[in-house]
Design a binder for this molecule. Structure first.
Ligand code: GUN
Ligand code: ZN
Length: 433
């Protein structure tokens, strides 16, 4: 395959910025050239110093080329139920979510939603996501098959849930184990697919199913684990009634051997001191889902406290509790949640979190989330002047940090000018697609 060179302003992070003026945490090229070949980034440097002989040059100036966004927690099977009117988590689950997810017992439905879901991800500049499928194995097949067609690196798994939900959605401890095992054999490591063992949360899994999840985690240590933790007060109370022997909500997952560096825990809002220490010790990741936490009135994520205690933190949309597919909208709402906590999330830290930070949370920082030779060519091109209102603000803007802050505060899918997945153009506003 021939070499392609993307010309434009280039931004990528080495590590988490400590402050808004931490220029050592990233590299930035005013007129850069990113060389792509066979889906991989093969060179990065100043355009003037780049040999362009024989290469196709695509000029993205004056826009900003960054790694594609990574979404660390969403439910693709909830794509058609965003904006469901409910007071709080358990009502929302029982009234809408568990009804909607039952539709995924039909293969045709799963296939059709998967297509729309990936179209939406690409439109919004998300090139990798970690997803919950429904309890039906065919929803997982649809999820990974469509990702494979698009050559996208996706992580996902069938939710295991054997109680406190309608019969049409419940598996059993045995079938949840067997189906998960078969899906891991079918998908994990096939192309860019990676599997996440997914006990939904303590309320919908019996102790027998938690035992089965523990066995899966022990058998398949290179798979991810994902579940929900400490999102809502009523959820916490009910979980402790169901598992009275555990010291706290985190203790339930700890008791079943589910916590480790490959474990992604959605929400983590109301954690006590012991729980925070356990997350830090085990290396499990607390996933901040701001639009969902505001929408469901769940609470305000305490990012500084978690990071201060050594907990790894990522960020995600949590579709369909979340209200936008856009990681830009998500960062904006995250900024506001932290404002209410008296915390500052500077725009460099936001963009790091949505790219390299989430890649580190997955242990995939050697593959995605940065622009460097050898990394996958999963890239986006951002336009901070995508709308008339953004252009008004752009006129008074002078720094990179201001540009990023404008993108996250006012941007959405219109600000995603181009998307490359494994070097192939998946969205273009320049035409040709
Ligand atoms: N807890 C258990 N299941 C879910 C879900 O689907 N969404 C959210 N936000 N929380 C959950
Ligand atoms: Zn969730």
């Amino acid at each position: 395959m021939s070499r392609t060179i993307l010309r434009g302003r280039v931004l990528s992070f080495h590590r988490a910025p400590q402050a808004i003026d931490d220029s050592q945490s990233y590299f930035y090229l005013e007129d850069g050239a990113v060389g792509l070949e066979d889906g991989i980034i093969v060179s990065v440097g100043d355009f003037a110093a780049t040999d362009t002989a024989g290469a196709v040059v695509i000029d993205h100036r004056p826009h900003l080329i960054t790694p594609g966004f990574i979404d660390l927690h969403l439910h693709y099977v909830q794509s058609q139920m965003m904006a469901a009117y409910a007071g709080s988590l358990l009502e929302w689950l029982n009234t809408y979510t568990f009804i909607e997810e039952q539709k995924f017992s039909q293969q045709g439905h799963a296939d059709a939603v998967a297509v729309d879901f990936y179209d939406a991800l690409i439109r919004h500049g998300t090139t990798t996501a970690v997803a919950y499928c429904s309890s039906h194995p065919r929803s997982v097949d649809a999820f990974f098959a469509e990702a494979q067609r698009r050559n996208m690196l996706m992580v996902g798994g069938k939710v295991m849930m054997d109680r406190n939900a309608p019969e049409g959605l419940c598996d059993t401890a045995r079938s949840g184990y067997d189906d998960t095992k078969a899906l891991i054999a079918r998908w994990h490591g096939r192309g860019r697919a990676l599997y996440a063992i997914s006990p939904r949360f303590a309320i919908t899994s019996t102790p027998e199913q938690m035992d089965a999840a523990r066995a899966l985690v022990a058998e398949f240590p290179d798979c991810y684990v994902q579940t929900h933790l400490s999102e809502n007060d009523a959820e916490i109370t009910y979980s402790m009634e169901l598992y009275p022997g555990s010291p706290d909500y985190t203790g339930i997952y700890e008791d079943y051997g589910l916590l480790g560096p490959k474990t992604l825990l959605g929400h983590c809002i109301h954690l006590n001191h012991r729980e925070t220490a356990v997350l830090a010790e085990t290396g499990a990741v607390a996933v901040f889902c701001p639009t969902s936490n505001l929408f469901l009135g769940s609470g305000l994520f305490d990012r500084d406290r978690l990071i201060g205690h050594g907990v790894r933190v990522g960020v995600a949309t949590d579709i369909g509790g979340g209200t936008s597919v856009s990681m830009l909208r998500t960062l904006d709402e995250g900024y506001k949640v932290l404002q209410l906590r008296g915390q500052r999330l500077n725009p460099l830290a936001s963009f790091h979190m949505a790219t390299r930070g989430n890649a580190e949370a997955l242990g995939l920082e050697g593959t995605i989330g940065s622009i460097a030779p050898g990394m996958a060519a999963d890239l986006i091109v951002l336009d901070a002047g995508a709308t008339p209102t953004m252009r008004m603000r752009q006129a008074t803007m002078s720094t990179l940090a201001e540009e990023l802050f404008l993108l996250q505060t006012m941007g959405d899918d219109r600000a995603i000018a181009e998307v490359y997945v494994a070097g192939a153009r998946a969205k273009s506003t320049l035409g040709g697609l």
